[in-house]
Design a protein around this ligand. Structure first.
Ligand SMILES: [Zn+2]
Length: 117
């Protein structure tokens, strides 16, 4: 079991950081035994890359939703714009869902790794 830093993001997700220390089983320079243990947790002020992406898309979706509400008050005048916005919202929702799946898959991957340690 070799020791690594753990980078913990503001969103609660984490990733492995720098390699810190060999264990007794592994003495070759530059090699690690493949089992990872946490040496120290390094807090990261921002969210992880995936959560940042999800947030950005959520904000864009929210802006579209607000536009649709605003246009809706003017009846049929903005029908074409509203339809375009609705399409954009659907697209963004799909992308957000895909990113959430990716995040879950990655969390499971890391979970399996640490279960060996
Ligand atoms: Zn995250």
């Amino acid at each position: 079991m070799c020791f690594f830093d753990q980078h913990r993001f503001a969103c609660g997700d984490w990733k492995w950081g720098h390699f810190r220390q060999h264990c007794a089983k592994e003495y070759r320079i530059g090699e690690t035994c493949g089992m990872k243990l946490i040496m120290q947790t390094v807090p990261v002020a921002q969210k992880c890359r995936l959560c940042e992406k999800i947030d950005t898309k959520e904000r864009r979706k929210q802006a579209e939703v607000e536009r649709v509400h605003r246009w809706g008050r003017d009846g049929n005048k903005f029908r074409a714009s509203i339809e375009k916005s609705m399409e954009a919202i659907k697209g963004l929702e799909y992308e957000i869902q895909e990113l959430s799946y990716e995040r879950m898959r990655r969390l499971q991957g890391i979970g399996n790794l640490s279960a060996h340690a």
